[in-house]
Design a protein around this ligand. Sequence first.
Ligand code: URA
Length: 438
Amino acid sequence: MFVPQWIIEKKRDGETLTAEDITAFIQGYHSGSVPDYQMAALAMAIYLKGMTFEETAALTEAMMHTGALLDTAGLSRPVCDKHSTGGIGDKVSLILAPLAAACGLAVPMISGRGLGITGGTLDKLESIPGYRTDLSEAEFLRVVDEVGCSIIGQTATLAPADKKLYGLRDVTGTVPSIPLITASIMCKKMAEGLDALVLDVKVGRGAFMKTPEQARELARNMVRVGEAMGKSVGALLTNMDIPLGHTVGNALEVRESIECLQGKVKGPLWDITRELTAAMLLLCGRASDRDDALEQVQNALDSGRGLEVFRKMVEAQGGNPAVCEDLDLLPAAPTIETVTAEASGWIADVDADKIGRAVLVLGGGRTKAEDGIDHAVGLSELVTPGQRIEKGGTLYVLHSRDSDRRGEARRLLEGAVTVSPDAVEAPTLIFERMMPEG
Ligand code: URA
């Protein structure tokens, strides 16, 4: 007989749960026979005692099977996606999905909203006038088939137990648990009907995982779970001590993404996007080696095919494709001010955590899932560590609407950018690559 408290007690005492224990508990939670308080107790026991790999894999499968699986069998190309554990200025998905599609992959990308200081792909895309993130499953598959990629929000039918459990973890101090994060991310990705998946596991001040050791453990766990479910999975551990790119804030990040697809952006944003897209080609067997994959991605950018796919995706999802030429169609904030360097030198540090908090208080992020956001606010022209700066040169441009919020953001931004009189090396962007061939 299934008695929920016996399973909670087992985990509380550090024992290993069976796949049957886990499946019964998750099905009970999904159907409503296991109440929130028992699920919260089990989540806390898992947070404190951990889970073996086999338990984590069973939890992933159980959560995945609380919903429908996306039927991608009709797609003629290899089906691949990317997942990022979330960061500040992380707009990679907007550039990578069309580029991967331009290189011959099908990318059915189901993304999230920003929560806390990390931004969300859906919020960014919704700053494009008319863009719909709520396509039906049939519409979603049609866009992937016709365009090569589509980016939408979580559907009600995909791993519904995760949505419920994530909300509960958020208010019970049980988010930062490696088995719970692994199962939460992988149950949604594995329900997408993928052949392959690349994971961008962020490390640093602006990320969930603050140290490379934690990030490595999370990445290994996710890769193993995906492989055990028969998928080709790789991971990159990337730097989130500093924001990614020169913009933070929804519409500003769309602007930078389109500029990147126009071939106008060099540096960390392009380097990481190119590496992750190349990893997708490798995982799908579409490139002979990393150099070949990187070259294919560069060609997709240089030829303008990536931008063309982006334009078609925007149009297919109800957005105004003219945004690809006229960036002024994106929402803009009424007050724009430039913050400059007081002395010449080299940019030594740009604190992702402070910048993420500042953009949130400007109105660009939310503290509760149901909050609305201001797409126009944020930072642009943000410098990056290792860069030379002259006295009076721009450190960043602040885009705001409301003077109280602006004042608070300015306070949070004090000391966010540090200038050194001595030359500073650019920080490492990619700490580790975990790919099947090593
Ligand atoms: N993202 C998710 O989807 N789930 C987690 O638990 C953490 C990040």
